[in-house]
Design a protein around this ligand. Structure first.
Ligand code: 5AD
Ligand code: FES
Length: 377
């Protein structure tokens, strides 16, 4: 089976008229059933699945339903909550897509103090959260010693909570120190598993090999590890997305973050078109089929692109939400892309809002730590 790469930001007519390149309904169903039963489909096969799901709304629905059923069989209809604390928007990197890239001098930079971080945790704890995600740009101010002090303090105060870091590329020794201090999970999206595409999204100082090295180190140390990617950034093809799925199958991460690319002002990609909801749902669903036990968030980016985006994500196989615990005054400054939702809301408002949304589509909320199925404490 083979199909030329499809440029996802281009509309679909060329795809649907490319005769012979799309799967018939029975072949599509056969292919996604194979995926579900653990078959290692190759890149051309995955490209055909992606292209067919893009072109045919009914088959896309079927794919999402299969992914949702699989999630139900493994985790039930429970959605896990993670409290997100965006503690610094300083960043040394210059990723072309990102609103807080070093080169964006219109950003109002902030760092939370230890005290502010701890009061965000406290607010989250009182709202019932048992997982905190500490996210920042790659901020040199937060040295390993400072991070260790923060992690130890949170671990000491909230021994029943999982601590997740999302602070970028580090060397293995640093990851080990954070783990020993009490961090249990780490989010580091791989962004693109295709070297040429990775290079279109990042300046030359950043390379995919190091990114992958980080992810393998994190897995090896014992973190519950999250990889992931955006859907629809400039230059992305169906071939690239197929490579992302193959990389996920190889790495076997515990978590996978997938959201649409959304343009950010004052970045090189400011005028590029956003990714689509449909393409994002396809990739959420295919990721669920590829990694049945993964914890997959219905991302804020998906909710920002479509007011029902997170609900749609859950219906396509996602099972995590990450409401924001960042102090309201700093929220608007953690602007990875334009139009981010929840920037004006208090933590408690997000909690109530998201709970209503989850229940509205027939899911229950789960405030436990929400560890991966394979995790043994
Ligand atoms: N649109 C969507 N997602 C973005 N991210 C960064 N910039 C954007 C953007 N413009 C995602 C990246 C990063 C995660 C924290 O946010 O995938 O890993
Ligand atoms: Fe923040 Fe809806 S989740 S306001």
């Amino acid at each position: 089976m083979s199909l030329p790469a499809t440029h996802l930001s281009a509309p679909s007519p060329s795809t649907s008229t490319r005769s012979g390149s799309l799967l018939s309904a029975p072949d599509f169903l056969h292919a996604i059933t194979e995926l579900t039963s653990g078959s290692a489909l190759d890149a051309p096969e995955l490209v055909q699945i992606i292209a067919t799901a893009r072109a045919d709304g009914e088959l896309r629905e079927t794919l999402c339903q299969m992914a949702s059923d699989l999630r139900d069989r493994i985790y039930g209809r429970r959605v896990f909550f993670r409290g997100l604390i965006e503690f610094s928007n300083y960043c040394a990197n210059d990723c072309f897509y990102c609103g807080i890239r070093a080169g964006n001098n219109t950003v109002n930079r902030y760092r939370l103090s230890l005290e502010d971080i701890l009061s965000s945790c406290q607010a989250g704890y009182e709202l019932g959260y048992r997982t905190f995600v500490l996210q920042s740009g790659e901020d040199p101010y937060f040295t390993d010693d400072r991070m260790v002090a923060i992690i130890q303090e949170i671990h000491h105060r909230y021994p029943d909570c999982a601590i997740t870091l999302s602070i970028g590329e580090k060397d293995r020794a640093s990851y080990q120190r954070f783990f020993d201090a009490g961090a249990n999970r780490y989010l580091l999206r791989h962004e693109s598993a295709t070297p040429e595409h990775y290079a279109m999204l990042h300046p030359s100082e950043l390379d995919l090999l190091n990114r992958k090295r980080c992810l393998y180190d994190l897995m090896d140390i014992g973190y519950q590890t999250g990889a992931g990617f955006m859907v629809g950034p400039p230059g992305q093809t169906a071939e690239h997305l197929a490579n992302d799925l193959i990389f996920l199958r190889e790495l076997q991460p515990h978590m996978v973050g997938i959201g649409p690319f959304l343009p950010a002002s004052n970045t090189p990609f400011a005028t590029e078109p956003a990714g689509s909801v449909e393409d994002t749902l396809i990739m959420v669903a295919l990721t669920r089929l590829t990694l049945p036990a993964a914890l997959i968030p219905a991302t804020t980016a998906l909710g920002s692109l479509d007011h029902k985006g997170r609900e749609k994500g859950l219906k396509a196989g996602a099972n995590v939400v990450m409401p924001n615990l960042t102090p309201t005054i700093n929220r608007k400054d953690y602007s990875l892309y334009d139009g981010k939702i929840c920037t004006g809301d208090e933590a408690a408002e997000c909690r109530v809002c998201i709970e209503g949304r989850i229940r509205s589509v027939g899911f229950d909320i789960d405030l436990s730590r929400g560890d991966h199925l394979t995790y043994n404490p």
